[in-house]
Ligand binder design. Structure first.
Ligand code: HMG
Length: 424
């Protein structure tokens, strides 16, 4: 999947893009058919996924091409309703690819479940009794979901923490390719009678935690500063500003929230395209962003002046799944997995983190140079030019003319195009 010619992909119609994907051989026959026939989630299936269903809501399904991650090229499916997100991701992917692409590290892939005990008469004694039975409890939880053990997963560790008047029991579980919410919940509930007996207390609840600190992934990349500007001095100045923007998100939670929103423009889009639970990913990552007590930006950018590169790094929890839940029920979700080459959960987590970092780079670059609105206006002008019927060579000049207008609309675009054609 390398060296395919994606330039101009943005200017094509959806049908032309589908044809190109077919030409590139990126999808299996079955997925091509789903795209070609625009097969949607059947209403009967939707009715099994949620309650009181009366219809479905469609969202744009786009592709951000040419992400080089760990030496392999991917074309990332993105589901988003927001203009400029896919353009920004594509733009960043191109720049980062030129400087070697992304490298990722999957630190671990386990989910954590918890049982919160209260009215425990003696916390120290309860802790000792529970820890003494650790092996028994881990095996008891496994018996509640034996199929995961057969697949090579299952419980891995159990530990306790007293917090105010609670004694909390945590259990880590290797959920293999699943996100594992149901699995972990079943396991935690199975532990309740034994934990109540051992602690002499009561269980308030037994549930999976979305704060997936045992499921961390890191993405790294670098960008040669010549990509920021052809002028060396300006490139140096822009690199410094980009790093300051990264620092600002560390010291100011108001900025950190927007900074991370930009990261989630990318993350959510790929999480949704692959049929995953985006609320779980968001909740875990925002908790991680506040892990030292202050909400901070998830990414960090530094400037290596000698190498003339800026370096991006981001670590966050990414308990993503490739099996289970609604994955496999929605035909377009199957297309997304196929387009990615049916990655396993670790590979998918790496792609999602890389996309988040790319999205962040594009946003920070825009914010610290032209400002965010310039890109938005340019995109709007481009789509108005195409809608007015501008051909390849006409798009650039028409966009320039449109950007001079106070109010851009299709009528102005058509009139300006006519004027341009008369002048030539
Ligand atoms: P540009 O330099 O004008 O782009 O940037 P270009 O016209 O020179 O095109 C360069 C490449 O960008 C293209 O290459 C495409 O890959 C891509 P080509 O295909 O031509 O060889 N590209 C597009 N891809 C698809 N459709 C398009 C398109 N246009 C360019 N129409 C760009 C324009 C929008 C990329 C740039 O201004 C940008 O990255 N802006 C940031 C936009 C952004 O972050 N949007 C998210 C919404 S704002 C927000 O919610 C987050 C925020 O608040 C987060 C934060 O504060 O940190 C900002």
């Amino acid at each position: 999947m390398t060296n395919l010619k994606w330039t101009g992909f943005a200017k094509k119609s959806p049908q032309e893009r589908i044809d190109l994907i077919r030409e590139f051989g990126l999808l299996k026959e079955e997925s091509q058919e789903i795209l070609q026939q625009q097969k949607k989630l059947p209403l009967e299936t939707a009715n099994q996924m949620a309650e009181n269903v009366v219809s479905e809501l469609s969202l744009p399904f786009a592709i951000a091409p040419d992400f080089l991650v760990n030496g392999k090229t991917y074309h990332l499916p993105m589901v988003t309703e927001e203009p400029s997100v896919v353009a920004a991701a594509s733009f960043a992917a191109k720049m980062i690819k030129r400087s070697g692409g992304f490298t990722t590290t999957v630190h671990n892939r386990q989910m954590i479940g918890q049982v919160a005990l209260f009215e425990v008469p003696n916390v120290d004694e309860a802790t000792a009794s529970i820890l003494e039975k650790k092996a028994f409890l881990l095996s008891l939880a496994n018996q509640a979901h034996p199929s995961i053990v057969k697949r090579g997963g299952g419980t891995r560790n159990l530990w306790l923490e007293p917090k105010e008047d609670f004694l909390i029991v945590y259990v880590s579980v290797d959920t293999q390719e699943a996100m594992g919410a149901n699995m972990v919940n079943t396991m935690m509930e199975a532990l309740v009678p034994s934990l109540e007996e051992l602690s002499q207390g009561q269980s308030l609840m037994a549930i999976l935690s979305n704060y997936a600190t045992e499921s961390l992934v890191s993405a790294d990349c670098q960008v040669n500063i010549s990509s920021l500007s052809r002028n060396k001095e300006e490139a140096h100045h822009l690199a410094q500003k980009l790093v300051m923007a990264s620092r600002l998100a560390q010291v100011d939670s108001y900025r950190a929230s927007t900074h991370n929103k930009g990261i989630f423009n990318g993350i959510d889009a790929l999480v949704m395209a692959t049929g995953n639970d985006w609320r779980a990913i968001e909740a875990g990552a925002h908790a991680y962003a506040s892990r030292d007590g202050q909400y901070r930006g998830l990414s960090h950018w530094s400037y290596d002046e000698e190498a003339a590169t800026i370096k991006g790094h981001m670590t966050l929890p990414m308990p993503i799944a490739t099996r289970g839940g609604s994955i496999g029920l929605n035909p377009t979700v199957q297309v997304a997995h196929d387009l990615l080459g049916n990655p396993n959960a670790k590979e998918l987590a790496s792609l999602i983190a890389s996309l988040g970092l790319a999205q962040n780079f594009a946003a920070l670059k825009a914010l610290t140079s032209t400002g965010i609105q310039a890109g938005h206006m340019k995109l709007q002008a481009k789509s108005l030019a195409l809608l007015a019927g501008a051909k390849d060579k006409e798009v650039g000049p028409l966009v320039q003319e449109l950007l001079k207008e106070k109010h851009m609309n299709l009528e102005t675009s058509k009139a300006l195009l006519q004027k341009l054609r008369q002048e030539n």
